[in-house]
Ligand binder design. Structure first.
Ligand code: GP9
Ligand code: MN
Length: 428
């Protein structure tokens, strides 16, 4: 009830981390592209196979001076996979311990999500995805999040040859999406959800331009091929952005939503990475995904701060000059000097620069050796971190399962009225 909301608010206030003021508003009024790189892991960046870079376009963006890149950014999803990533990226709330919150609570709950927040700042908001609108209950959840538009499969030219694996081929999807984007009033906030680099990593012959890997694990070996294709679609999209001049007044955010290769393929991964072993600790470190913010004139570089998807929204809002002090968000600005470098996994494990918790056991993050003979101080720090992770997960769960945001009215925020939104394509 509303007293639970008070408890949450108190916790959020007490743990508020002020953002980096040097970056406040550097992207004020810019268009925003959030490009969802399906199943894309950080290890693919600069990875070579068959004498080729697997993702040359993303590598280039990663290393550019006008890109803020993060190399210790983790996915924090649970069973909800993509849906959990979307929940964290746009609400700074965790997914649930089981199921997908977008499905179980997306329709009825009150949210204070990125689209609704940016709407108050004059933004038009749109999400793009080539799959059916009902997948992950997006067609209902996006209304609760305040998306003005949701362009899903009905809005795209459909042909059998346009699809592979899970849905539309990224290159075709991106091209059609660009046409819609050109018609959006500016400034806009747009989310573009790719899908070709999704298990089982299928690609038609014509689009294959790098060889499969040779681990012998058929679940793994197609991964570089679809990642390479996704990268090409990103390259084409960036060229389009330049050609239209939109690159001059836009900020482009890239993120990987979750792993592409699960912990069930340790042998193959070891071979892929040229390592002797790959254990559960290594798999926890393997949960790094890209997070890159690309914009003309931004002071970029590769930032080593530990963080994750929960931190994306506070980081983006600060760049846009939007104050989030009154919002209920569990992450904080990744550029903040005091950013707490504690990355919660959905099961209560965590990663931090010093310690990693895997299956309840502690390791040194640097070398993966078990953390034994700890000092009193180290011990108490581990306990504090474990408690903090547990507290934040459970408070976030309370918000979602108790629909607590309906009791909370942040200053200047206008409640979303779901009835104002309709994503069905009118048949003409
Ligand atoms: C489908 C897509 C896949 O619409 O977003 O979701 P995932 O299986 O990665 O959670
Ligand atoms: Mn996904």
């Amino acid at each position: 009830d509303s007293s639970d909301m008070k408890t949450v608010k108190k916790y959020i206030n007490n743990n508020y981390v002020a953002p980096n003021v040097q970056y406040t508003g550097v992207a004020k009024g810019k268009n925003v592209f959030v490009i969802h790189l399906e199943s894309f892991q950080q290890f693919l960046i600069d990875f070579k196979w068959d004498g080729q870079e697997v993702t040359p376009n993303l590598n280039k963006i990663y290393h550019e001076q006008n890109t803020l890149s993060f190399d210790n950014f983790f996915n924090q999803v649970g069973q909800g996979k993509t849906a959990d990533a979307e929940m964290m990226m746009e609400n700074s709330l965790f997914g649930l311990p089981e199921g997908a919150a977008m499905v179980t609570d997306g329709t009825s709950n009150t949210f204070q999500a990125a689209p609704a927040i940016l709407d108050q700042h004059g933004y038009t908001t749109a999400s793009f995805h080539g799959d059916v609108p009902s997948f992950w209950n997006r067609d209902n959840t996006y209304k609760s999040w305040g998306y003005d538009y949701f362009f899903s499969s009905n809005y795209y030219k459909q042909k059998k040859s346009y699809n592979i694996g899970y849905g539309m081929k990224d290159k075709i999807f991106m091209k059609d999406t660009a046409n819609y984007i050109q018609k959006l009033p500016q400034p806009f906030y747009s989310k573009i959800i790719t899908v070709t680099n999704h298990y089982p990593y299928l690609l038609d012959k014509k689009n294959q331009s790098i060889a499969k890997t040779d681990t012998g694990d058929s679940t793994v070996d197609g991964y570089v091929q679809t990642a390479h294709y996704l990268d090409q679609s990103v390259g084409e999209f960036m060229n389009w952005l330049k050609a239209t001049g939109l690159d001059k007044n836009s900020m482009v955010v890239f993120y990987g939503d979750h792993y592409g290769i699960s912990g069930n393929h340790k042998k193959a991964v070891a071979k892929l990475l040229g390592k002797k072993k790959f254990n559960d600790f290594d798999n926890a470190q393997f949960q790094r995904v890209p997070f890159m913010i690309h914009m003309k004139g931004i002071q970029g570089g590769i930032n080593h701060t530990y963080g994750g998807e929960i931190d994306a929204l506070p980081t983006i809002l600060n760049l846009l000059g939007v104050n989030n002090k009154d919002n209920i968000q569990f992450g904080s600005d990744l550029l903040a000097p005091n950013h707490p470098q504690l990355v919660a996994f959905r099961d209560g494990d965590f990663v931090s620069p010093e310690f990693t918790k895997v299956n309840g056991a502690y390791y040194y993050t640097k070398n993966g050796t078990p953390a034994k003979n700890l000092s009193k101080d180290q011990h108490s720090r581990l306990e504090t971190m474990s408690n903090q992770v547990a507290t934040e997960l459970s408070l976030s769960d309370k918000i979602i399962t108790g629909d607590l945001l309906r009791f909370y009215n942040p200053k200047g925020f206008q409640k979303v009225n779901k009835k104002d939104y309709n994503y069905s394509k009118s048949k003409s």
